[in-house]
Design a protein around this ligand. Structure first.
Ligand code: CMC
Length: 395
């Protein structure tokens, strides 16, 4: 291999240095800019966490008000972007729509293309933070054949998102404070997670000096897969299948252990966490609180009960114990989304909405880092040796 090492899946490669997020997978510790995720989930708001991740410090009151004003000023989408939505099939997966629309933003906001100007980089970040809820909600409403709702600047970030998703244009829409706060917490928990597949994709795409909207669209594409952000959707599909099958949970766990069966327990395991994912702990507690509020016997309660039982069966199983496989952030989040009325097809879109701040903060850090250079991994070539071209009539 000469002077480079073979490291498939980047198991042992630090691709950059970063001051944004710290993760200790053995201890189950997650810090954003030094602040423990548990404290942020309890005391902060998603928009404050956006400020923190982007700027490296918590805002004071004046900075926070300014930041909120800036974000609310950018929530609208260019009128022609609406036309762009209409180009998609109605039954398109909302992730497909989102990846296309975010990539297309670079065609509308040309001034963002000067990526060497820190002020313009901030502006691109603000635009993305502000527009993602609108894009996410419109992806959903378009897929349902519903008219688009417009952002309301009087509302807080998560309240506005619920309004964009669910308001009926001719009727007043009442925001449920518990749901708005639960959404805030879920967005905080998903906001950044150092060099995961989608963030590394954003960095790699951006390292060629591609514009931020294109780089973030690449991140959304990478997030979509079931081994990454698509796992939240896969978890609910799995729980529903388990419920329908009538098979005992041990049967499903045995399937997950069988190497000849491609089935895995979705929402279990993590490349870095070899201990309980701290985000999953918070989400499980949040799911408890939300389900307590719903009438008994609702279908989400049943799914949550199956999830909790499945966790117990797996955690007491030698296969899962010996491999340090614990529930991850995606295991319980779907139950909460369903309780909010957010359909399964929107789950990964919700993840993308939250992770946008992580992507753009990491991109901004990379663009401001003098040492950063184009990402260009090498390979271990296993193909044919040098050979002679044979003309077609002689093959
Ligand atoms: N069910 C059954 N076995 C598993 C699972 C699972 N969910 N996850 C890992 N394993 C086994 C795997 O078969 C392997 O066994 P062995 O050593 O005998 O070959 C061992 O555990 C190590 O797994 P790996 O696939 O080599 O580990 P990885 O770090 O490459 O993959 C992962 C991590 C998250 C992709 C994987 O655990 C997985 O596929 N989990 C299910 C999907 C999921 O929940 N993804 C969300 C991840 S967290 C949120 C996010 O990043 O977006």
């Amino acid at each position: 291999l000469g002077y480079f090492t073979y490291d498939p899946g980047f198991m042992a490669t630090a691709s950059c240095s970063s001051q944004i997020t710290y993760l200790d997978g053995d201890e189950g510790t997650l810090l954003y800019r030094g602040y423990p995720i548990e404290q942020l989930a309890e005391h902060s708001t998603f928009l404050e966490v956006c400020y923190l991740l982007l700027n490296g410090k918590l805002p004071n009151m004046i900075e926070m008000v300014d930041f909120e004003n800036i974000i609310t000023r950018h929530t609208l989408l260019h009128d022609q972007v609406q036309g762009f939505f209409r180009g998609f099939r109605r039954d398109a997966h909302p992730m497909a729509t989102m990846v296309g629309v975010v990539g297309a933003l670079s065609a509308f906001y040309h001034d963002d293309l000067n990526i060497h100007d820190p002020e313009q980089r901030q502006r691109s970040a603000h635009r993305l933070i502000a527009k993602m809820p609108t894009i996410a909600a419109w992806s959903y409403r378009y897929s349902m054949g519903l008219p688009f709702n417009y952002p309301q600047n009087r509302l807080k970030y998560t309240e506005d998102f619920l309004h964009l998703m669910f308001a009926v244009p001719t009727e007043p829409y009442e925001i449920d404070p518990l749901m708005a706060r639960a959404l805030d917490i879920i967005l905080i928990l998903h906001a950044d997670h150092e060099q995961n597949a989608s963030t590394s994709t954003v960095r790699l795409a951006g390292s060629s000096e591609a514009n931020p909207f294109a780089a973030v669209a690449a991140g959304i594409a990478s997030l979509w897969g079931p081994a990454h952000g698509g796992a939240n959707e896969a978890v609910i599909n799995m729980l529903r299948e388990i419920e329908k099958s009538g098979q005992p949970l041990s049967w499903w766990v045995d399937r997950a252990k069988d190497k000849n069966d491609r089935f895995r327990l979705m929402g279990f395991g993590h490349r870095v966490y070899k201990n309980y994912d701290p985000r999953a702990k918070i989400i499980r507690e949040l799911a408890n609180q939300i389900l307590d509020r719903l009438p008994p016997g609702n279908p989400n309660q049943k799914l949550f009960d199956i999830a909790r039982e499945l966790e117990q069966v797996a955690l007491h199983d030698d296969y899962f114990k010996s491999r340090n496989l614990y529930p991850n952030v995606d295991f319980y989040s779907g139950v909460i989304f369903l309780s909010m009325g957010i359909p399964v097809s929107m789950f990964t879109v919700m993840f993308a909405l939250a992770r946008t701040i992580g992507w753009i903060s990491q991109w901004n850090e990379m663009m401001g880092d003098e040492e950063s250079r184009i990402g260009r991994p090498r390979q271990l070539y296993t193909g044919a040796e040098k050979r002679i071209y044979v003309p077609m009539d002689q093959r």
